[in-house]
Design a protein around this ligand. Structure first.
Ligand code: MN
Length: 734
């Protein structure tokens, strides 16, 4: 306490606090609003953070702590509580200084420590890839968010300030962070109704990912500004007059939409800037809900509404709490004008989303707690889905996370008239899974507005949906291609995985039994029940399944227990030898790759994805090492790029008629005529077989085929056909 007072004296020229701290208090509503204990709490956090980050610098050269102050300032502007502001000032203390969770808890409170912990990335784990790291950290953050939603509000402010100051980082890192913000943070902010943060993020993302278009808009928009201001005045003049007559008090706001959304309109409508009119909105904020409708009537009396653009989100709020009336009318000179009508509280919620609840905490604490709970339920469900997907790859995890953050929503109804909110583009199957996972899994059809519709048709707002189920119905993997919600996707995937596992177990058991008979050890299996422990499998079933699925060979398992039966050395060359020589041959057959017209550059191929002719590719320029060519879908692209690398367009320098060598690995259950059927299937496509080898291992045949195909399309058709043949388990390109 004495130290705090001393700091206060030393840090000031007569003023009570340093200016940056004073600004935080002012934004929070001034000393009166914060209260003496709140003010002192935040002040202690300020000093603690400042000391903890002493000597650390940001990439911009500024003291590190300025970042923490900025983050707190963003949140103070949103009127968050002293605990959140303090946590914001301390948000990097656990991650970047020597202090621990315990220290923060002892110095401040459990609440502050938990918030800071929630935004702290895991640091003591080694990650295989950038994507793994991203997935693990999002999972951790979302888990803490389910307990206290303020974690994500702090994280948004943190990310927003990092985006504002991104220009100090190398270009590749800028793009990576911008992409992550675009894919996860901005949609999450949208989902939580935090439009102000989302809009600023989107404009910053736009500046980095579309620099040309952004510079152009920065030049063009000010030119329209004067016209726009005059026009809005003209538009509002008669409305204001009538409003005054009727005795309504209102706040009028008008502004351009964000640069990013203007850009999207230009791109989607394929129009130049001059031809896009729908780029600003007029907002009328009134006192009471009833007045919103009176104002609406007034506007429509003056200007003709465009029917399909009218939306009443007051009667039917969006799931993120957004409430407003939206109408687009034909204004003077025939230009369309979007008008938003709402109350003050709705306006705050529309701007700050879930964060606005803290502003209304005192006035109406019960209802705002319910609102927060509702948001948290949604997040908890998301976390639940993400949790059950524990075994998914990081890539699938990020995919699932992205799906549920989809932009627009539709409102559909159950036969009983209950409303269900689904993402735009959702299908009857999504609806079925939304009702219950069992309804989804057994869904065979749907009636939309009393008419039978295919399961993959798109639902529209207002549709009444009735699901038809059958006990004998089972999901199939084609469902995954059209469902839009994480809930549906995750349930279908879980079911398929379970099925695959069951089949693998059945097949694996069969293979083991035959093999044991072959080596005359059939009776010994029961003594090997615990073999899985020695072999480090989680269970006996999983060990057996690994054989059925082809991940392990039966000899690699039984060889451990009957070494004498498997002691004969195998003379085959290693698989990697085959792979290497094949790739080299495939590449020699084309003229190589051409790089924006230039041949003969130093070229190497990414070992991570082994691209072959016909694959979509791109190149990275590496200083001093020429160009590395990767598959466009390679995980390395966009995640693991060393900073000095630059992306460049490359193409296979191949003639149209040229054929490409492809190596397929076919896994099948041993049966009569398998080889004949495989070769016949391939020949039926008029495809030459270069090499074919089959290796029988117990009951499973591993086939390696090198073929000449015209392209990826032909290959995909062939793969489908091969997969459909009897006994074929998998067909994979190597
Ligand atoms: Mn930070």
């Amino acid at each position: 306490m004495a130290a705090a007072i001393l700091d206060r004296i030393l840090n000031t020229d007569g003023a009570k606090y340093p200016t940056d701290f004073q600004e935080i208090i002012d934004l929070m509503g001034g000393s009166n609003a914060v209260g003496p204990s709140g003010e002192d709490f935040v002040w202690r956090a300020y000093n603690f953070g400042k000391k903890a980050h002493q000597g650390q610098l940001r990439k911009s050269g500024e003291p590190y702590f300025t970042h923490c102050v900025e983050v707190a300032t963003i949140l103070a502007d949103m009127k968050l509580d002293p605990v959140t502001i303090s946590a914001a000032l301390l948000h990097d203390v656990i991650e970047d200084t020597g202090y621990t969770h315990k220290d923060v808890e002892q110095e401040f409170s459990e609440e502050v420590a938990t918030l800071v912990d929630g935004v702290t990335k895991l640091s003591d784990i080694k990650f295989r890839s950038e994507e793994d790291k991203q997935a693990v950290n999002f999972r951790k953050m979302l888990l803490s968010v389910a307990d206290d939603i303020r974690v994500i509000i702090i994280k948004f402010a943190d990310r927003l300030h990092n985006m504002r100051t991104l220009k100090h980082l190398p270009a590749v890192k800028q793009r990576r962070i911008a992409r992550e913000t675009r894919d996860v943070y901005a949609p999450l902010a949208h989902r939580l109704g935090m439009y102000r943060i989302k809009s600023e993020m989107e404009d910053l993302i736009f500046d980095i990912l579309e620099p040309k278009a952004s510079q152009e808009l920065h030049k063009l928009i000010p030119k329209r500004q004067a016209f726009f201001e005059k026009y809005v005045q003209k538009f509002l003049e008669p409305v204001k007059e009538k409003m005054g007559d009727a005795g309504f008090e209102a706040i009028y706001k008008s502004r351009f939409k964000t640069h990013y959304s203007i850009f999207r309109k230009m791109r989607d409508q394929n129009r130049p800037f001059e031809d896009v009119f729908d780029i600003y909105a007029v907002r009328i904020v009134v006192e009471r809900v009833e007045e919103c409708y009176s104002v609406l009537g007034l506007i429509h009396a003056f200007y003709t509404p465009i029917q399909e653009r009218f939306k009443d989100f007051i009667a039917q709020p969006k799931s993120n709490g957004y409430q407003s009336i939206q109408t687009t009318v034909v204004g003077p000179d025939g230009f369309p004008v979007e008008v938003q009508i709402r109350t003050k509280e709705m306006d705050d919620t529309a701007e700050e989303g879930v964060a606005a609840h803290w502003q209304y905490k005192e006035q109406d604490s019960k209802s705002s707690q319910e609102d927060i709970d509702q948001q948290v339920t949604w997040l908890r469900n998301l976390v639940d889905i993400l949790q059950t997907e524990d075994k998914t790859t990081s890539h699938q995890f990020m995919d699932l996370l992205k799906i549920d953050l989809y932009k627009d929503e539709i409102f559909v109804y159950t036969p009983k008239g209950e409303v269900r909110i689904l993402p735009l583009g959702a299908t009857p199957l999504d609806f079925a899974f939304d009702v219950h996972s069992q309804v989804g899994l057994h869904c065979i059809g749907a009636k939309v507005n009393s008419r039978i519709k295919p399961l993959n048709s798109e639902l529209e707002s207002g549709d009444k949906v009735e699901i038809i189920t059958s006990d004998s119905q089972k999901p199939n993997s084609s469902w995954l291609k059209f469902v839009k919600t994480s809930k549906a996707k995750s349930n279908i995937r879980k079911w398929i995985k379970g099925q695959e596992f069951e089949q693998s177990v059945r097949l694996g058991k069969d293979i083991i039994e035959r093999e044991l008979r072959k080596i005359k050890k059939a009776k010994e299996w029961k003594h090997l029940k615990d073999a899985y422990i020695t072999l480090k499998f989680e269970s006996e079933e999983k060990m057996i399944a690994s054989i059925g699925s082809g991940h392990r060979t039966v000899s690699s398992i039984l060889g451990k227990f009957f070494p004498e039966e498997y002691s004969k050395p195998r003379k085959e060359k290693s698989e990697s030898y085959y792979a290497e020589s094949f790739l080299n041959r495939a590449r020699r057959n084309t003229k190589g790759v051409s790089i924006q017209g230039i041949d003969n550059m130093m070229i190497s191929f990414g070992k991570c994805c082994n691209p072959i002719p016909g694959d979509p590719i791109l190149g990275f320029i590496t200083r001093g090492r020429g160009i590395t060519v990767h598959h466009k879908d390679c995980d390395t692209v966009g995640t693991n790029l060393p900073e000095e690398e630059r992306i460049i367009d490359v193409d296979w320098a191949a003639a149209r008629s040229q054929k490409f060598l492809v190596r397929l690995k076919i896994l099948a259950q041993e049966r009569k005529h398998l080889v004949r059927d495989v070769t016949e299937t391939i020949s039926a496509y008029d495809i030459n077989i270069d090499t074919l080898s089959m290796k029988v291992d117990g009951d499973v045949v591993t086939g390696l085929v090198i073929i000449e195909v015209e392209g990826v399309k032909q290959l995909d058709r062939l793969k489908g056909k091969l997969l459909a043949s009897e006994g074929v388990i998998s067909v994979e390109r190597e």
